[in-house]
Design a protein around this ligand. Structure first.
Ligand code: 9UX
Length: 72
């Protein structure tokens, strides 16, 4: 069963940045869909637990050159 999570992304300064983040998340194993909203600086990711985890999702964002803000 897929899970959906929302990530707060740090460091996106243009719409192309959002496209880079979205592509990186989409290519992550276990990710079924990833949509990044530049205006809200959020990524909505649907993934299969066990194939992807919050840690691997964050890694994908960091590898693309951006950050994930931990929620309080
Ligand atoms: Mo967004 Mo372009 O930061 O390098 S400005 S992709």
């Amino acid at each position: 069963t897929p899970e959906t999570t929302t990530l707060d992304i740090e460091g996106m300064t243009c719409a192309s940045c959002a496209a880079f983040v979205q592509k990186s998340l989409s290519r992550t194993p276990g990710v079924q869909s990833a949509v990044v909203n530049f205006a809200t600086e959020q990524a909505t990711v649907q993934y299969l637990p066990g194939q992807a985890t919050p840690a691997t999702l964050k890694e994908a964002v960091v590898n693309a050159g951006y950050g994930v803000i931990e929620r309080a």
